[in-house]
Design a protein around this ligand. Structure first.
Ligand code: ATP
Length: 543
């Protein structure tokens, strides 16, 4: 009897499996499927390596400035006009990005409309004879804070990297042009990331009236610093500069920083030391994440470090606002900030501190600052801001009533016309006041009243009974010749005692006399008496 041969090796096993028809079909399917899948993968690899070698792909994420540049640049491309699927935005973030009819700027005061690439949309454009594909995607991100992140991907049909540099330079320029006369203000969020807060119109430097030489000192110093990167590098000195502006409230510290930012074309990054949740590590992160050329601003640095301190000096008059910095820590009595002095010192000039930044710190309590914080290297230039001098009062008056720069006929239409009859009305006939040599303007709300009618008087006295604080915004100042302006300014300044009231208070007073320069000069003594008496009473209450 012959014994069955033992099943040695795989051959018989395979023969056995193939002898079962179902398994045979399954094996065929497996082999064919594997073949096609391998081909597919091979083709995909060949395709992506072809794409890689012929296309240049760049990705821009929305937390980076380049994303904004690209969005604005895209909307300015001629072929963008043919795009059929866009997102409309009226936000400030892309202001200047206004592809409206034939590029005319919108003067209506309405928000500007921006056409942005739609989310999850793909576009093809031609740029300098190069074909490019643009995709904007939004991806969810886990955790707190913003729950999605946008990015813009651009693939350009080219093997030359230079085109990307050209696009980036063009995009940056388009962004700067769009920014034009504004600066961007950033603030940190709870995740210690910088986020854009607002754009602000540049403030002309000559609108800041300081004693002669002070403004020039700070501006020229900062300009010289920015131009000296090589000098610092050669000497191994950290390329950073700090300015400490200290002194009376309402004397122009914040306003000067605003102007300098515009003059030097730098964005402002507000470091709010009293922000709840901010600790030493967070502060270091924020400072090391600053861009290379920027202004870092710490307002009321004394109050932020000594949470129990409150501001003792005269508060800013109700009609004054911190126009530039929306979130300045005005009265930080108690905060949950955990920033310590040593944490601040390390953040300012520690190993992670950003190079190229200009730090501005402001305080009303210079003497309470720790000497370590004020030493050169941290705060290189200390500039005192005092209460108003007569010189400043004179200049403020002149600037305040300076006739507006050349106007268009449209401006003329909008401006209240002054005629002798109306001037008479505005010259306060009710209180027996007389008009001056000056061609007085008329407040808008009385311009329609019949001239010198008794009802005008009674209406005026009724209005006087209204209860409100602050100053109403009404009317335009009359046009003054330069001699008239100088004479009134001198009269005004001579009534102002040296260093007793702040510039902010003087500005507030002038606002209350916005359309009445001669009254402003004449009545300033009476206002001052009241102002100084109030200040004295406040000081007595405190002490
Ligand atoms: N020297 C000045 N020249 C022109 N305007 C001034 C000057 N000082 C103050 N002002 C005006 O007063 C207002 C308040 O000024 P600003 O906020 O710059 O003062 P500050 O010194 O920063 O005050 P604080 O210490 O209270 O923050 C602004 O509207 C500004 O236009």
């Amino acid at each position: 009897m012959t014994e069955p041969a033992p099943l040695n090796g795989f051959g018989p096993l395979i023969s056995f499996i193939l002898s079962i028809s179902a398994l045979r079909d399954w094996a065929k399917l497996l082999i064919i499927g594997s073949f096609f899948e391998t081909c597919r993968r091979l083709l995909a690899t060949v395709w992506s390596s072809t794409i890689d070698s012929f296309f240049l792909t760049a990705s821009f994420e929305d937390h980076d400035d380049s994303y904004k540049w690209m969005m604005i640049w895209l909307s300015k491309q001629p072929s963008w006009k043919n795009v059929r699927n866009v997102n409309i935005s009226t936000g400030e973030r892309y202001s200047g990005n206004v592809p409206d009819s034939e590029g005319e700027s919108d003067t209506s005061g309405m928000p500007k409309v921006c056409y942005l690439p739609a989310l999850s949309g793909s576009y093809t454009l031609w740029y300098k004879y190069r074909w490019m594909r643009i995709t904007r995607v939004s991806e969810p991100i886990p955790g707190w804070g913003p729950n999605h992140r946008d990015s813009l991907n651009i693939s350009i049909f080219t093997r030359n990297h230079d085109i990307l540099n050209t696009i980036l330079q063009d995009a940056k320029k388009a962004y700067q042009d769009a920014q034009g006369s504004s600066i961007t203000v950033y603030i940190s969020d709870s995740a210690n990331c910088w986020r854009e807060l607002a754009t602000r119109r540049k403030r002309p430097l000559d609108s800041i009236i300081l004693d002669p030489g002070i403004r020039e000192l700070v501006v020229e110093d900062a300009q010289d610093f920015l131009a000296s990167k090589k000098w610092y590098a050669e000497r191994g000195i950290p390329f950073r500069r700090g300015y400490l502006l200290y002194g009376a409230p309402g004397s122009g510290k914040t306003s000067l920083i605003h102007s300098i930012a515009g003059e030097l074309e730098l964005d402002v990054y507000i470091i709010s030391l009293s922000r709840s949740g901010l600790d030493d590590t967070g502060l270091s992160e924020l400072i090391s994440d600053l861009p290379e050329r920027c202004i870092a601003l710490m307002e009321d640095i004394d109050a932020a470090l000594h949470n129990s301190l409150s501001r003792e000096d005269t508060p800013t008059p109700p009609n004054q606002t911190a126009e530039f910095i929306p979130s300045s820590p005005r009265t930080p009595t108690h905060t949950t900030s955990k920033v310590s002095l040593s944490g601040l010192l390390n953040a300012l000039d520690g190993i992670g501190a950003q190079e190229g930044r200009i730090l501005f710190a402001t305080t009303n309590k210079y003497s309470s600052l720790d000497p370590a914080l004020c030493r050169p290297g941290r705060m290189d230039l200390h500039v005192e801001f005092k209460l108003a001098s007569r010189y400043q009062a004179d200049e403020l008056f002149k600037r305040f009533y300076l006739p507006s720069s050349p106007k268009t006929p449209a401006d003329d239409d909008q401006e209240p016309k002054s005629n002798p009859a109306q001037s008479h009305l505005n010259g306060s006939i009710c209180d027996g006041g007389s008009t001056d040599l000056i061609d007085l303007g008329v407040p808008d709300d009385v311009a329609d009243s019949p001239p010198s009618s008794p009802s005008a008087c009674s209406e005026k006295s009724e209005r006087a009974a209204l209860t409100y604080t602050g100053t109403r915004h009404r009317g335009h100042a009359p046009k003054l010749s330069s001699d008239q302006l100088s004479a009134l300014a001198a009269q005004f300044a001579s009534a102002i005692p040296e260093r007793e009231v702040s510039m902010a208070a003087l500005q507030g007073y002038l606002m209350s006399q916005k359309s009445r320069p001669s009254e402003a000069a004449r009545e300033v003594s009476a206002w001052l008496q009241k102002e100084l008496a109030t200040k004295k009473a406040q000081n007595e209450t405190k002490s």
